[in-house]
Design a protein around this ligand. Structure first.
Ligand SMILES: Cc1cc2nc3c(=O)[nH]c(=O)nc-3n(C[C@H](O)[C@H](O)[C@H](O)COP(=O)(O)OP(=O)(O)OC[C@H]3O[C@@H](n4cnc5c(N)ncnc54)[C@H](O)[C@@H]3O)c2cc1C
Length: 412
């Protein structure tokens, strides 16, 4: 163990990563853990709201049954989970608004491609480990190229529904390693078995329950972090001294207040994001189901809905998801959503809530090829500083949580 159990450990960010790190530290016997959270709530991108007495998700909503650590936390904190009902789903043609179905011959081809993918996922099993260290160089290419090489293009179209549709970018831009990381064989299998779980009371409640049992300073607006013998963090209201620091908030933004080294500056500046948005709309006369719009899953269709989610069959509040270009107005996006709603015979009555996300921190194919993650991992622990959060593994609750847990097990 590198630190004494009474070492003062600071954590920046009370999202899934920061709270998983805190939980693991405490389980290992650490007694002085302080979490500095900028906002007034825990959970970060796990953001649940209440409407007419029920929960709705603006950010994360679903985890797979392989998310053992997170499901274990839910059990420990007595936060209920429930199997997702997959029965009411549709795919819609972006031009006509008509439902789409695969032909029998496509289904046969898909079967063969799933088998090919099974072999590929066995080959790249190191991706099951948290992180991207030592990722195979051939996985740096954009996933579209990888899919072509391995003749799994139809499967890639299926993958895009839940990858691009869920905000993780476009296959001609994103390195294959991310897609294989998101789709290990057990997750592909979970799609067949339909074993995904939601949080009936809202996933934010899980992180709030965990946060309540830790020392979290909310509204902590960090001004400076200076690292010497000890680490001094100043916020607008107070100063904190730590022996070790875990940054579980966006690393590119940390450059504003961190006494960053040249290497930190160089690596953090390379992080890319997508402008992904959630629009909660009241819609009448719309299909009582969740839907995907495959024709909108590319970068020429920004602003159009890629996916919508109906959480309750008897509710008119649907959440629609779109990509933007950082400049596009909500009015423009709503115009596109309204068009899709009307194609399907519905009426968009009001916008109830909207949230924009600087989403899916990732690196380009070239940077991945250039050993980005090996360099970042080699810096873990320098100046008693550790990095956690979405960038380090992948942008799901389970990936961020399991990376944070492993980080603490490695270094504390
Ligand atoms: C629309 C949407 C849908 C999603 N759906 C799913 C899903 O169904 N399943 C799934 O597994 N994942 C899903 N995700 C992804 C998942 O929510 C995230 O990957 C995960 O919650 C990230 O956790 P994190 O702790 O790394 O980061 P975050 O959740 O971003 O937490 C970072 C925390 O740091 C705080 N912070 C930031 N800057 C500072 C600062 N300077 N000082 C102090 N605190 C700071 C933030 O306020 C935040 O609380 C979804 C995300 C979005 C946006």
């Amino acid at each position: 163990m590198k630190y004494a159990l009474d070492a003062r450990v600071g954590i920046v960010g009370a999202g899934a990563a920061g709270l998983s790190a805190a939980e693991t530290l405490r389980d290992r016997g650490y007694t002085s853990i302080t979490i500095l959270e900028r906002s007034e709530r825990a959970g970060g991108k796990c953001h649940s709201i209440q409407f007419e007495g029920r929960s709705y998700e603006l950010g994360a909503g679903v985890i797979s049954d392989s998310s053992r650590f997170v499901r274990g936390l839910a059990k420990k904190y007595d936060v209920p989970t429930k199997l997702v009902d997959f029965s009411a789903r549709m795919c819609v043609d972006s031009e006509t608004g008509k439902p789409m179905k695969r032909s029998a011959s496509e289904m046969r081809q898909l079967g063969a491609q799933v088998l090919r993918y099974y072999r590929l996922s066995r080959k790249y099993q190191t991706l099951l480990e948290p992180g991207f260290a030592n990722v195979a160089p051939e996985l740096s290419v954009p996933f579209a190229n990888f899919a072509k090489t391995h003749r799994i293009e139809l499967l890639a179209e299926e993958f895009a529904k839940y990858f691009t549709g869920f905000g993780y970018g476009f296959f001609d831009e994103v390195p294959a390693a991310y897609v294989l990381k998101y789709y290990p064989w057990d997750v592909v299998f979970a799609y067949f078995k339909q074993t995904f779980f939601k949080f009936p009371e809202g996933i934010q409640g899980l992180w709030e329950a965990i946060a309540k049992s830790h020392q979290v300073v909310y509204g902590a607006n960090i001004q400076t972090i200076e690292r010497g013998e000890a680490i001094t963090v100043t916020t607008e209201k107070a100063a904190f001294t730590f022996d070790a620091l875990i940054i579980a908030s966006p690393l590119d933004e940390a450059l504003r207040y961190l006494d960053a080294s040249e290497e930190e500056r160089a690596l953090f500046r390379k992080i890319r994001h997508y402008d992904y948005r959630t629009y909660g709309c009241m819609v009448k006369g719309f299909p009582k189901m969740t839907g995907y719009v495959p024709g909108n899953l590319n970068s020429t269709r920004l602003g159009r809905p890629v996916f919508w989610y109906q959480r309750y069959e008897d509710s008119d509040l649907y959440t629609f998801y779109t990509f933007g270009d950082w400049k596009m107005s909500d009015e423009d996006t709503l115009r596109h959503i309204r068009h899709t709603v009307e194609q399907l015979g519905g009426v968009l009555e009001t916008l109830h809530v909207a949230e924009r996300w600087k989403y899916f921190p990732h690196v380009s194919p070239d940077d991945m090829q250039d050993g980005y993650f090996d360099k970042l991992e080699a810096m873990q622990g320098e100046n008693h500083t550790y990095y956690a959060g979405e960038l380090l593994n992948f942008s799901t609750v389970a990936h961020t949580a399991s990376y944070a847990k492993k980080l603490v097990e490695r270094f504390f």
